[in-house]
Design a protein around this ligand. Structure first.
Ligand code: ATP
Ligand code: MG
Length: 344
C-alpha cells in the first residue's frame, strides 16, 4: 500500500470514529433532555404534593376546630339538660308539697274565725250563768278558781291571734312555693322581680341559719320600685337561687356573713345586685366561672352548672347581662341587668 492510500484509509477510519462520536453525542443530548424533562415533572409533582399537604393540614385544623366547637356545644347542652331536669323535678316537688299543705292549712285558717265566735258565745253564756247564780255552791266556786277562768278569758284571744298569725305565715310560705315553681303558669309571664327574690329567700330561709361551722347570715334587701316585667319567671327564680346558694357557700367561714340584694330601674333596664362579703374569687378563677362544669367545690358538692345555666338564661333567653365583680378577701357581687322588654 502506498503512503497516500494509507492516509486515505486512516482518514476513513477517523471519519467513522467521528460519526460514531457524533451519534453518541446526539444520544447523550437526547438523554439529557429526557432527564431534564423527567426532573421537571418530578419537581412539579413534588410541589403539588407539598401544596396538597398544606391544604389538607389546613382542612384538618379547620375540622379539629369544628370538633372542638361541637364538643363545647354538646357540653353546654348536656349542662342545660341536667340543670333543667333538676329544676323541673324540684319545681314539680315544690308545687306538690305546696298543694298538699294548702288544703289542711285552709281547714285551720278558715275555721279560726268560727272558733273565735263560738268561744265568745260560750264566755257570754258563762257570764249569764254567773250573773243568774249569785250564790254558787262551794264545789262550783272551787271549780271556777281551779280552772283559772279569768286567765283563760284574758289569754284566749292572744292564743287565737298567734294561731292566726301562724296559719297566715304558712299560707305565705305556700304562696311562695307556688310562686317559685311557677308550674301552674305559662312560660312567659309578667312578674314583680322583687316578689321573685322574696320567694327565693323564703325557700332558702333555713340555709341562712347558723350551722356548726358558720354564723347566721344576715340578709339585707334594698328593693327599688320596679315595673312588672315580662320574663321566663321560673327560670329567673332559678338564677336567683343559683347565685344566692353560691353566696351562702362562699360565706361558710365568714365571721359576719352578709348577703345584700338590691334592685333598681336604670334607663330601660332593671338591675339586680346580689352581693356577699365572702372569700371572693381570684382573677384566674373568675375567667372560668361561667364555663359549664367548672367548679372549685369538692366532688359531690358542686356540679359546676349553676352559673353557666344562669348565664344562658339571662344572656341567651332574656338578652340581658350577667357580670361578676369580685375582690378576693372582700366579697363578690353578681350584677344582673334585664331589659324591660325582650325579643322572644
Ligand atoms: N359568690 C361567690 N363567691 C366565691 N366563689 C364563687 C361565688 N359564686 C361562684 N363562685 C365560684 O364559681 C364556681 C362555679 O359556680 P357554679 O354555681 O357554676 O358551680 P358550683 O356552685 O361549683 O356547682 P353547682 O352546679 O352546684 O352550682 C364555684 O365553684 C365557685 O368557685
Ligand atoms: Mg353554684
Amino acid at each position: 500500500m502506498t503512503e497516500v492510500e494509507e492516509y486515505k484509509q486512516r482518514i476513513k477510519e477517523l471519519e467513522k470514529a467521528n460519526r460514531i462520536l457524533q451519534k453518541k453525542l446526539e444520544r447523550s443530548d437526547s438523554n439529557q433532555i429526557a432527564l431534564e424533562e423527567s426532573n421537571d415533572k418530578n419537581e412539579s409533582l413534588l410541589k403539588k404534593v407539598i401544596f396538597e399537604l398544606a391544604h389538607s393540614k389546613k382542612n384538618l385544623e379547620l375540622r379539629s376546630h369544628e370538633l372542638e366547637q361541637a364538643l363545647q356545644n354538646l357540653q353546654a347542652m348536656q349542662a342545660q339538660l341536667v340543670e333543667s331536669e333538676k329544676m323541673s323535678a324540684l319545681g314539680i316537688m315544690v308545687a306538690g308539697v305546696a298543694h298538699e299543705i294548702n288544703n289542711p292549712v285552709s281547714f285551720i285558717y278558715g275555721n279560726l274565725t268560727h272558733v273565735e265566735e263560738y268561744v265568745e258565745d260560750l264566755f257570754q253564756l258563762l257570764e249569764c250563768y254567773q250573773k243568774s247564780c249569785l250564790n254558787p255552791t262551794p264545789e262550783l266556786q272551787a271549780e271556777i278558781e281551779a280552772s283559772e277562768l279569768d286567765f283563760i278569758k284574758e289569754d284566749f284571744p292572744k292564743l287565737l291571734n298567734s294561731m292566726t298569725v301562724g296559719a297566715e305565715r304558712i299560707n305565705k310560705i305556700v304562696l311562695s312555693l307556688r310562686n317559685f315553681s311557677h308550674l301552674d303558669e305559662s312560660e312567659i309571664k309578667k312578674v314583680d322581680i322583687n316578689d321573685g327574690l322574696d320567694s327565693t329567700l323564703m325557700i332558702l330561709q333555713n340555709k341562712f341559719k347558723a350551722q356548726s361551722n358558720s354564723s347566721e347570715i344576715q340578709i339585707i334587701t334594698e328593693y327599688g320600685n320596679l315595673p312588672w316585667v315580662e320574663c321566663y319567671a321560673r327560670q329567673l327564680n332559678q338564677v336567683f337561687m343559683n347565685i344566692i346558694i353560691n353566696a351562702i357557700d362562699a360565706l361558710e367561714k365568714s365571721l359576719n356573713p352578709q348577703i345584700k340584694i338590691s334592685t333598681e330601674t336604670k334607663g330601660s333596664s332593671i338591675l339586680i345586685r346580689i352581693a356577699d362579703n365572702g372569700m371572693g374569687i381570684p382573677p384566674e378563677v373568675q375567667q372560668k366561672i361561667f364555663n359549664p362544669f367548672f367548679t372549685t367545690k369538692p366532688v359531690g358538692k358542686g356540679t359546676g352548672l349553676g352559673l353557666s345555666t344562669s348565664y344562658q338564661i339571662i344572656v341567651d333567653k332574656h338578652q340581658g347581662k350577667l357580670e361578676c365583680h369580685s375582690i378576693p378577701g372582700i366579697g363578690t357581687e353578681f350584677l344582673i341587668s334585664l331589659p324591660q322588654k325582650f325579643r322572644k
